[in-house]
Design a binder for this molecule. Structure first.
Ligand code: ATP
Ligand code: MG
Length: 562
């Protein structure tokens, strides 16, 4: 490609609404342009990168035996009513109606459509296992679209759906996708981790996420190299074993603490540490309000809490009126002493003795509180976010926390959709059997942003080779004034193209500095500079995007190196 014909437009200025580096660089390098909130155009340069991601994904999916198809983006409401998700999916679902007033949605995912296909196409166990996939546009009306293509409203996903006769088959299909995903992210040259995950909205049992590691990642992941434990913080747990509750040494006292409603203020005013305070939150239960109690220095984990039997899901804070009714005071002064609603204590609260908690009376707190004396020794539950340094659930390792960008997600759905939508096949006994399903997503557009988050410097993007829009950029110096340079550049350009390289020839009549800056911003891995001086010595000046210095190489050597 010739720069002069490619219509590239790079920007010096960083658009104001771009918060993270990948979003800034994608706009500056001219990979994408914003149309409206969460909607982006992939410009020619960006599309080259996107197509490379798609190609790797497609090759590995095909290699794993999956079959590509293409489903409509617009889906009839009836299917979603059948699965029960029309009412459950909420405002993320973009709903619309046609001229006949029939309801539709723009697909945020395709479980319903594929299950409908499967129940019509698959008759016998002999047709199984089968795995259908597509690379297709989704729409989710995200509450906060941000970070450019990483959390957009319209995005491209590779979604795959496996159908098996039973759970054992599903586990094999799932393992095959695990292998394929690992191959995909390895081939793309990304540093990633596979973590246990919550199955959330989609439902089902086992699920794992693939995360590209980057400081700007929206997710926190907990992992341990000692025993290979890795989990999204949403579901990460720690071992409750070996916690000892020290014996009481202080008396229970009630203390006036006017206006002190936060753990921070409490610590300041009583000169205690947060880990000696107990915070008690009242939330909706399945049968009236319930309380959740955590150590003051710990954070509530909503995903884990809402799975506790008796706690309402999704987790909802109780209304001020119901808090007053349950505890006799407003939030900020609630504590477990004498509280008459069920209290779920986090495991780690058992490390506490002589602690401070709310007095269940306005402007009052208790001090010197002890389990087994002032509060019944509780059965504890797991409702807090794990922290770095916590033991792993198996107890063999120690957790570290890193940030990640979720680029892939694999689920064992089981019979959730096939049951609801009656997707059955004949089993070997001639009986109808509900199929076991798996679903497997990759955020194709998100990968491009994630790759930049992981690979950039002050000058711009540093593409991992497999994603680069061009392999090589040729920068002729003074091409428009030197026939020798022009001829050498044109010859090299044709030769490299013939050898199968994606080559960008910067044939603009611009200063070398401008060309170098653009090549670095765009992130092309290999750069060859052609000047009269180097040509006279039979050389080219080579530099890898990762190098800080150029090197002069004989023409043949340079070609060999490429
Ligand atoms: P997230 O937790 O980031 O909202 P999700 O768990 O809802 O994602 P899935 O339903 O698992 O997403 O979708 C499969 C993949 O699609 C995700 O792993 C992610 O890479 C990608 N994806 C999901 N939502 C978006 C979005 N708003 N913009 C870009 N990619 C997305
Ligand atoms: Mg997910």
């Amino acid at each position: 490609m010739r720069f002069s014909e490619f219509g590239l437009s790079t920007l010096k200025e960083v658009p104001a609404d771009a918060e993270i580096v990948s979003h800034k660089l994608m706009l500056r390098a001219g990979l994408i342009r914003r149309l409206a909130s969460g909607l982006f155009t992939w410009m020619p340069l960006g599309l080259r990168v996107l197509r490379k991601v798609e190609a790797v994904v497609r090759e590995e999916m095909n290699r794993a035996g999956a079959l590509e198809l293409l489903m409509p983006a617009v889906q009839p409401a009836e299917l979603w009513q059948e699965s029960g998700r029309w009412d459950k999916y909420g405002p993320l679902l973009l709903r619309m109606s046609d001229r006949h007033n029939r309801d539709y949605c723009f697909g945020p995912t395709h479980e319903e459509v594929i299950t409908d296909i499967a129940r019509k196409e698959l008759r016998s166990y002999k047709q199984l296992p089968i795995n259908y996939y597509q690379i297709q546009t989704k729409f989710r009306d995200e509450i906060r679209p941000r970070f450019g293509v990483m959390r957009s409203r319209e995005f491209i996903m590779k979604d795959a759906y496996s159908f098996d006769l039973d759970q054992a088959g599903l586990e094999e299909s799932y393992a095959r996708m695990h292998t394929a995903y690992t191959a995909i992210f390895e081939r793309l040259g990304l540093k990633f981790r596979v973590v246990d995950a919550d199955s959330g909205e989609i439902g089902g049992s086992r699920s794992q996420e693939f995360h590209v590691l980057a400081d700007s990642g929206e997710d926190a992941i907990a992992y341990s190299d000692e025993d290979n434990y890795a989990s999204n913080i949403e579901t990460a747990s720690t071992s409750p074993d070996g916690i000892n509750t020290p014996a009481p040494s202080a008396e229970l006292k009630k203390l006036a603490t006017p206006g002190i409603k936060t753990i921070e203020a409490l610590c300041d005013s009583l000169n205690v540490r947060a880990l000696n305070t107990l915070k008690t939150l009242i939330v909706d239960g399945t049968d009236g309000p319930v309380a959740l109690a955590l150590r003051g220095d710990h954070e509530l984990n909503t995903v884990k809490a809402q799975k506790i039997p008796g706690v309402a899901s999704p987790l909802t804070m109780a209304s001020p009126e119901s808090i007053v009714k349950a505890a006799g005071c407003g939030p900020g002064f609630v504590g477990p002493v004498g509280l008459e609603i069920p209290v779920f204590f986090d495991h780690a609260t058992l490390t506490m003795s002589d602690f401070v908690c709310g007095g269940n009376e306005k402007d009052m707190h208790y001090t010197g509180v002890n389990f087994g004396r002032d509060v019944e020794m509780p059965e504890t539950v797991d409702i807090r976010n794990v922290l770095a340094g916590d033991p792993t659930p198996g107890g063999e390792g120690t957790l570290s926390i890193a940030r990640g960008i979720e680029v892939g997600h694999i689920f064992q759905l089981g019979s959730k959709y096939s049951q609801a939508m009656d997707a059955t096949v004949q089993n070997p006994d001639g009986k109808n059997q509900v199929m076991a399903m798996g679903c497997y997503g990759i955020g194709v557009t998100r990968i491009v942003g994630a790759a930049i988050e992981q690979n950039h410097d002050d000058a711009g993007i540093i593409w991992p080779q497999p994603l680069a829009p061009f392999d090589v950029v040729l920068v002729p110096i003074n091409m428009h004034r030197s026939d020798v340079v022009k001829e050498a550049a044109e010859t090299l350009y044709s030769e490299l193209k013939e050898q199968g390289f994606d080559v960008l020839l910067d044939d603009r009549d611009a200063r070398p500095g401008v060309k170098f800056a653009d090549a670095e911003l765009i992130g092309i891995p290999h750069r060859l500079v052609i000047s009269e001086r180097s040509l006279a010595a039979g050389e080219l000046e080579y530099r890898h995007r990762n190098d800080s210095e150029s090197q002069n190489l004989k023409r043949e050597e340079a070609l060999k190196l490429l």
